[in-house]
Design a protein around this ligand. Structure first.
Ligand code: ADP
Ligand code: MG
Length: 358
């Protein structure tokens, strides 16, 4: 087992920078998720850790060894891909043991490891089958089994659940969480799905455009997104963003004019925000409540009754559309006026540079 240290890591493809200076510390046993939109550099960063891509600049340390020039097979890592990459003509047993066989592991040792992995993954009854006789979830488990038998210090997963249907993804998510606990292994997991990131990670690394936007626990990112990108990316439905201007700042509290009712937000001590600056107020859909005395007045555009809650799309008098998720089965009607309120201590405020200021 081992932790990782990533220092000033860059990757260029030709003249095109794809990873633009990443610094990251990963502790032994941590479950770290790289999340971000398609093309932001998640796989590239993972593949550099695996040794499948050269590092243009910077250092990657696994355990206490710089691995920049170490061959992939000697790095103590095992990678699981989105495409399971199983050998169709081989049984599950042979697929799981193939890497060990290549490495010259004796037959009895190999057998013990294969059976142990099969037990951990609850697929002992599948060992004689061929990949074609397995479901998508079972194939993915075989791919994970192939990683487990190598007893890596670090597991690397690149969108391993993206080819599975939603219900199976939920099941496999729980299995991966259990596996992480059972193996006490360091795991780095790449996904574009913020729900996977929120549910699996000890630590989430949000990437955009080859730059780390924020590193933190799922709730740190949800409660205190560092910038507008993270605010918009983490949480479902997406955070509502309403532009406004600072009317006044007094004793570290900013007053915003939103319609008729002013909203006061306590600022972070270090901000240089001043009166008349343009800001963006972020409010999560679940933080809104219907309240005739609230500051946000608008007209209901759309209603989705989900039974346990009601999603209401509202066009504010200023023209901005926002989403409220109201508890229970709300009696609002499309076309009718609605007034919404929120607790300002749950609101998020961003300056013109898109940085959090509260
Ligand atoms: P992600 O996994 O986050 O979707 P990738 O790491 O695969 O993103 O890709 C990051 C960027 O690098 C993308 O713009 C992609 O087009 C580019 N890229 C990836 N691989 C190569 C390559 N072999 N040659 C040139 N550009 C590449
Ligand atoms: Mg990718």
């Amino acid at each position: 087992m081992a932790g990782l240290t990533i220092r000033s890591v860059h990757k260029n493809y030709g003249d095109v920078p794809v990873i633009k200076g990443v610094d990251l510390d990963i502790s032994h046993g941590e479950f770290v998720v790289f999340v971000g939109p398609s093309g932001c550099g998640k796989s590239t960063l993972l593949r550099m850790i695996a040794g499948l891509e050269d590092i243009t600049d910077g250092t990657i340390v696994i355990g206490d060894r710089v691995v920049n020039d170490v061959e992939p097979r000697d790095r103590g890592v095992a990678m699981v891909f989105q495409s399971y990459a199983l050998y169709p003509h081989m049984s599950v047993y042979d697929n799981v043991g193939f890497g060990l066989k290549l490495a010259g592991t004796p037959k009895d040792v190999r057998d013990a490891k294969i059976r142990e992995a099969a037990k951990v993954l609850q697929m002992e009854h599948l060992l004689e089958r061929k990949p074609a006789q397995l479901s998508g979830g079972q194939r993915q488990r075989v791919a994970i089994g192939r990683a487990i038998v190598r007893k890596p210090d670090v597991f690397l997963f690149d969108e391993p659940l993206s080819n599975l249907d939603a219900a199976l993804r939920g099941d496999m998510r729980m299995e991966l969480a259990r596996l992480h606990k059972d193996l006490n292994a360091t795991m780095i997991y790449v996904t574009h799905d913020q729900v996977e990131a929120m549910t699996l990670a000890d630590k989430i690394v949000v990437l955009d455009g080859g730059v780390v936007q924020q590193v933190g626990s799922p709730l740190e990112l949800y409660n205190k997104p560092a910038n507008l990108f993270v605010a918009g990316f983490i949480g479902a439905p997406n955070m509502n963003l309403v532009e406004g201007k600072i009317a006044a700042i007094d004793a570290g509290v900013a007053t915003l004019a939103l319609g008729d009712t002013p909203v006061s937000v306590a600022l972070d001590g270090s901000t240089t925000l001043k009166s008349n600056d343009t800001v963006t107020l972020g409010i999560r859909p679940h933080a809104l409540v219907a309240d005739p005395n609230g500051p946000l007045k608008g007209i209901v555009q759309l209603i989705e009754q989900l039974g346990n809650e009601t999603v209401v799309r509202v066009k504010l008098s200023g023209g901005t559309e926002i989403t409220a998720v109201l508890p229970g089965q709300s009696g609002h009607a499309v076309g009718a006026p609605i007034t919404l309120a929120f607790d300002p201590s749950n609101a998020h405020l961003f300056d013109a540079d898109q940085r959090r200021v509260n």
